[in-house]
Ligand binder design. Structure first.
Ligand SMILES: Cc1cc2nc3c(=O)[nH]c(=O)nc-3n(C[C@H](O)[C@H](O)[C@H](O)COP(=O)(O)OP(=O)(O)OC[C@H]3O[C@@H](n4cnc5c(N)ncnc54)[C@H](O)[C@@H]3O)c2cc1C
Length: 457
């Protein structure tokens, strides 16, 4: 049903950077050597995709294990979701509610997963510090803002559970305290806040990670889309428009931008979904006071189909949310105006504020609503990590590190599962039945959650 891509072609214009606030404020002092591949080359590990998963794999393979690794990116480095996300370095990665996780995996494994989430946030923080990356780290914690009194009570229950059973640092903020310490608005009934979490400039982080990978010996190639992939004996041959690489192992790190025709065993397991972000002009002091806004903390609201938002250091409000299921430019315009309307609903005093930037990209869901990390059972020299469910800043970075460790130190030659990781993320998730119908599954799933929000189910 789909030849190359699941969404409208306008989402795959690799030569065009997004018109995002992040591109506008990228770190111009970082000069990557990442020229397009030209001619033939060889390496131990070829990575397809130059986002956090691919760059973190390359960074750790080169720095920690001295492995000859090359990263091939279709656009510029960070062209995909890693250069255009909301910059929430927070815990998450699965859409399965915690009580269900416990039913499926048991308490110990669920706890192990949550602890790994916290460790993944700390890993990003550590890379920022060690590599001296100027990624505008901002705020502490992530808030879930209750939109109704009943939501606050549910969050209270969840918070106690997280703290007592999973060892997660979690606190409640009452409505009054929230108005004093974060902001005041009609739809806030207090919040739950979780640590560790913070905000960052996603593209600057990506640029810094890429520079660090280069510094430690990884080779990066931008504008080098892998067009053909086949094997010759036990060697992988990857072809771009102007060159060819021969590699022993391949890491597939394309997440939501995985092309349909690169490896159908992987793409049939990937459900890309659009997320859209708008950014306002800078708010002036009077406007900030109108909602008593002093918060630096990344936040989402307590709906099933939620908005994510934060005040950027330049006092511009950034808000993101779901988008349409086709990905056309017309659909993008409608989404942007719906998000502007949401600003008016959530913060009525700001309904007149102009939007100066809007852009979109693809996140990745899986059939089991959890990340997928492993090796292809049909070919153990192919590694992958995807399916972070809109939570890849920490997850993709951590996945890259874990793939690197596994490749460099794993002595089990036959196991497709990374046994050293929490069970929740282990191995390939099942194919979607009739993969061509994936956009319809997404529409049905989001529609159901919107109904639940509407009728408070
Ligand atoms: C609008 C938006 C907001 C988001 N907000 C947040 C957030 O606030 N916090 C958070 O944690 N997560 C967020 N996410 C999700 C997060 O950005 C992703 O989970 C993460 O960046 C995934 O990293 P990745 O490296 O796996 O994939 P990507 O960064 O998407 O990189 C995949 C790359 O593969 C490349 N590629 C594809 N095919 C080929 C090929 N044939 N050859 C070579 N290269 C190829 C693509 O060009 C792309 O650059 C958001 C995502 C979007 C789109």
């Amino acid at each position: 049903m789909f030849s190359q891509n699941i969404f409208d072609l306008s989402l795959y214009e690799y030569d065009k950077p997004q018109p995002s606030w992040w591109e506008k404020t990228a770190d111009t002092t970082i000069d990557l050597k990442a020229d397009p591949l030209s001619g033939d080359t060889t390496c131990d590990v070829a990575v397809i995709g130059g986002g956090y998963t691919g760059l973190s794999s390359a960074y750790h393979l080169a720095k920690d294990y001295n492995v000859d690794v090359r990263v091939f990116e279709a656009g510029h480095i960070g062209w995909g979701a890693s250069g255009r996300n909301g910059g929430f370095c927070t815990m998450g990665g699965t859409q399965i509610p915690v009580h269900k996780l416990i039913k499926i995996f048991g308490l110990d494994e669920t706890k192990r997963y949550y602890q790994a989430q916290a460790e993944a946030v700390e890993l990003v923080e550590n890379i920022l510090e060690t590599e001296n990356i100027d990624a505008q780290k901002q705020g502490a914690g992530e808030m879930v803002v209750a939109e109704k009194q009943s939501h606050f009570e549910n969050l209270q229950e969840e918070c106690s559970f997280m703290r007592e059973k999973l060892g997660i640092d979690c606190q409640m903020i009452s409505q009054g305290e929230f108005a004093e310490t974060h902001y005041d608005a009609p739809h806030q009934y207090g919040a739950m806040i979780q640590f560790p979490s913070f905000g960052l400039h996603p593209l600057r982080y990506c640029q810094g990670l890429a520079k660090a990978a280069e510094k430690h010996g990884a080779k990066l190639y931008s504008h080098s889309k892998i067009l053909k992939w086949y094997k010759n004996g036990n060697k992988h041959i990857l072809e771009t428009a102007k060159g060819k690489v021969v590699a022993d192992k391949v890491i597939v790190a394309c997440n939501g931008f995985m092309p349909e025709n690169l490896n159908s065993e992987i793409s049939a397991r990937i459900l890309p979904l659009q997320s859209h972000i708008i950014v306002t002009r800078p708010l002036n002091e009077d406007e900030l006071v109108a909602h008593r806004w002093v918060s630096q903390t990344p936040a989402i609201n307590s709906r099933n189909v939620y908005h994510y938002y934060r005040m950027l250091p330049e006092k511009r409000l950034m808000i993101g949310g779901r988008a349409d299921f086709k990905g056309t430019p017309e659909g993008a315009k409608q989404t942007a105006s719906r998000l502007k309307q949401s600003i008016g609903e959530l913060w009525p005093e700001w309904s007149h504020v102009d939007i100066e930037y809007d852009w979109r990209g693809l996140v990745c869901f899986t059939s089991k609503l959890r990340p997928s990390i492993g090796r292809m059972p049909q070919d153990l020299s192919i590694y992958f990590g995807f399916g972070y469910h809109g939570n890849g800043v920490n997850n993709a970075t951590w996945t890259g590190r874990e793939l690197a460790k596994w490749i460099a130190t794993g002595n089990d030659k036959t196991n497709p599962l990374p046994n050293h990781l929490p069970k929740l993320v282990q191995g390939i998730t099942p194919r979607f039945p009739l993969p061509g119908l994936r956009p319809y599954y997404a529409k049905a799933g989001v529609g159901w959650h919107q109904l639940k929000d509407k009728f408070n189910l």
